[in-house]
Design a binder for this molecule. Structure first.
Ligand SMILES: [Zn+2]
Ligand SMILES: [Zn+2]
Length: 508
């Protein structure tokens, strides 16, 4: 007991001392933080007046060395601002906009279906040649073009410290749709139409190539030499998005497997002609933006015979019908209510005449989910349930996802999405309604394969415009692309790539 008293007293002393020290710490840190705030504001304001001139100190390796962390951020932010305003300025030139429209119309007239985009590919190569941009075939007719900011195309020789690459992607295939518009430049290829606006996507990426080359050739004022060193922009023109998994095939191609410098991030735009994203707006989100999708085929084999004696046969129609209803319980009873799963049986074919029980029933459908894990689980569960129903009814059941490639959900990297929005605010405007946080959607995109490979971001470029009749949904025979979005799309691509490279880091 006696010994405890002084110990109690001393612990109170310790507690007071601790409180005193804590108070001092809080005072000091709040002073430091407020100081830091002023420091950034001051540095970036100063840097803004002198664009990139602040990034002048070099270390022996040739990389930019900055005096302080604050100075480094301020310089990077100033460089970002200078690049984005230059991109915006160049994209606003009338001639640039006119050329984009002409190019888009040329592509629109000649739509080609997946894996046959040869004329499109040739036109892209011609445009790249005109801009002196080198390229390679990747999953033909796919193209991987490369712009080395320092002009040195030997990527392997670049100092590892400086090597950073960004990938910009455009898809280029059309759909088997007969165009029902009255435009002079409507499809000249019977039964084929750019009804998803991929002609616009190609145009925007070629526009970005022109903007990037223009900035690089305009002198070293905007992007200084030390920032250009080792930096690469890949322009990827992808075939077969509409069900052919062109993205996956490109990643598997020799050209992309042998890439000496892997992209640190990739970026794509899809025009979005829906009322919530009017022309002039931009939308994206971190996390899943598009669902995963799988097309399946179920074959139910029973034993055919006279329709009047079912006990002598095995009824594939009844078994198939039970599969239709039982797979619905995967969504309603097995998946969490917080997850999203769609399973739709879209076709059911069996039999030819009313008095004959058929041997076989064939069902096809689509399975979709926003969560990668739920998506994989639902694919397995669909097979399990269908086969179990087959066993219970004496039928053989085969489930196949092979007729069309399965597209996983497109999951945007949270930091890449934030960066894309930062870029978009400079291009589309800072006012309310210009840069939007959007909800995920159930259509799928094979950009998901790139997103699984690199931290990526898929974005909507708003293209709904009642004034010009751009109100029809994607894939509609009346679909109309608002061409006024092309210049901003080109600027967003160029701004994302150059803005990211200006940060001089492989991470956001
Ligand atoms: Zn489409
Ligand atoms: Zn599309």
């Amino acid at each position: 007991m006696r010994e405890q008293r002084p110990s109690f007293r001393s612990s109170r002393v310790v507690a007071r001392l601790f409180l005193l020290l804590w108070g001092l710490f809080v005072l000091t840190t709040s002073f430091t933080f407020s100081n830091r705030g002023d420091g950034i504001a001051f540095a970036s304001a100063a840097a803004k007046t002198n664009a990139a001139a602040t990034s002048s100190e070099k270390d022996p390796d040739g990389t930019v060395a900055f005096a302080t962390t604050f100075g480094k951020n301020a310089s990077k932010n100033a460089l970002f601002d200078a690049i984005l305003s230059s991109v915006k300025r160049s994209s606003s030139e009338k001639e640039f906009e006119t050329n984009l429209k002409l190019l888009r119309r040329r592509l629109h007239e000649r739509p080609e279906l997946m894996w046959t985009e040869t004329e499109t590919s040739a036109l892209i190569k011609k445009e790249l040649d005109a801009l002196s941009i080198s390229y390679e075939d990747a999953a033909k007719p796919g193209i991987l073009a490369t712009i080395a900011l320092d002009g040195d195309m030997d990527v392997s020789k670049k100092s590892s410290k400086n090597k950073i690459a960004v990938l910009l992607r455009a898809d280029m295939d059309a759909l088997p749709v007969t165009e029902e518009t009255e435009f002079e430049f409507k499809s000249k290829n019977e039964g084929k139409m750019h009804a998803c606006g991929h002609d616009g996507h190609v145009t925007m990426l070629l526009g970005a190539a022109k903007l990037i080359k223009g900035i690089l050739e305009s002198g070293k004022e905007i992007i200084p030499e030390e920032v250009r060193k080792g930096k690469v922009v890949y322009l990827l023109f992808q075939p077969a998005e509409e069900g052919g998994a062109g993205a996956k095939k490109m990643l598997e191609s020799k050209t992309m497997r042998n890439m000496k410098l892997k992209p640190s991030t990739s970026f794509a735009l899809h025009n979005w002609p829906y009322v919530e994203t009017p022309s002039g707006s931009f939308g994206t989100r971190g996390g899943t933006i598009m669902a995963g999708a799988g097309t399946f085929e179920i074959t139910v084999t029973g034993k055919g015979g006279h329709a009047a004696v079912p006990h002598k046969n095995i009824d594939a129609v009844v078994c198939g019908s039970k599969i239709v209803t039982d797979v619905q319980t995967i969504v309603s009873r097995k998946a969490s209510a917080l997850d999203s799963v769609v399973i739709t049986i879209s076709t059911f074919h069996a039999g030819t005449v009313s008095n004959v029980m058929p041997d076989e029933a064939k069902l096809t459908g689509t399975l979709r989910s926003l969560q990668p894990e739920t998506f994989r689980w639902a694919i397995d569960e669909l097979s399990r349930v269908a086969k179990a129903v087959g066993i219970a009814n004496g039928c053989e059941v085969e489930v196949s996802f092979a007729s069309r490639e399965v597209y996983p959900p497109t999951v945007n990297d949270a930091k890449a999405a934030e960066f894309a929005k930062r870029v978009a605010r400079e291009i589309f405007g800072k006012e309310e309604g210009k840069v939007l946080d959007v909800d995920p959607v159930m259509p799928a995109e094979d950009f998901s394969f790139f997103a699984n490979e690199y931290p990526s971001v898929m974005n909507w470029i708003g293209s709904y415009n009642e004034a010009i009749g751009a109100v029809h949904p994607l894939h509609s025979a009346k679909y109309t692309l608002d061409e006024s979005i092309l210049k901003n799309g080109a600027a967003a691509h160029a701004g994302y790539a150059l803005g990211f490279l200006a940060m001089n880091s492989t991470q956001f």
